[in-house]
Write a protein that binds this ligand. Structure first.
Ligand code: HEC
Ligand code: HEC
Length: 91
């Protein structure tokens, strides 16, 4: 009896992880791409791979905060900007 229960637990855990990954993937890339303009060039420069993405996202908040370029009221949970607002390749 016991080994079977343990296997059920593992299957449930695997299913939960799978659902989590799928949900995360669905949230990915939903926003507009990170604009490639003068204002965002410093952000692109910072994305040269030498520092964690989270550091670059702190940069976003220096402009996209309550006062200057506020996010829309219905904006989704707003950590990790760059998972949704994807950087675009240089043309
Ligand atoms: C120097 C200030 C500044 C920084 C830093 C900055 N932004 Fe912006 N952002 C702006 C301004 C101003 C606009 C509106 C005009 C424009 O598109 O440039 C904007 C517009 C946007 C838009 C909307 C584009 C559209 O098509 O409507 C997105 C998405 C965005 N920013 C994401 C980001 C993300 C993600 C970061 C961090 C990697 C970031 N921004 C960093 C100033 C900034
Ligand atoms: C979970 C995905 C997600 C994350 C994370 C996220 N955004 Fe967004 N963002 C969106 C979506 C979707 C919209 C369009 C929402 C709407 O139209 O109401 C949006 C809209 C915006 C806009 C307005 C431009 C437009 O598309 O009309 C700006 C600016 C912006 N986001 C910046 C940011 C910044 C800066 C961060 C990090 C602090 C961030 N976003 C994190 C999904 C995301």
């Amino acid at each position: 009896m016991k080994p079977a229960r343990r296997r059920d637990g593992l299957i449930l855990a695997a299913a939960a992880i799978l659902i989590g990954v799928l949900a995360f993937g669905a949230a990915k890339g939903k926003g507009k791409n990170l604009p490639r303009d003068e204002r965002h060039q410093p952000s692109y420069d910072a994305l040269d791979g030498t520092r964690p993405r989270a550091d670059v996202e702190l940069l976003c908040l220096t402009c996209h905060s309550q006062s200057s370029v506020p996010l829309p009221k219905n904006h989704p949970p707003k950590e990790q900007c760059l998972l949704c607002h994807l950087p675009v390749d240089e043309k």
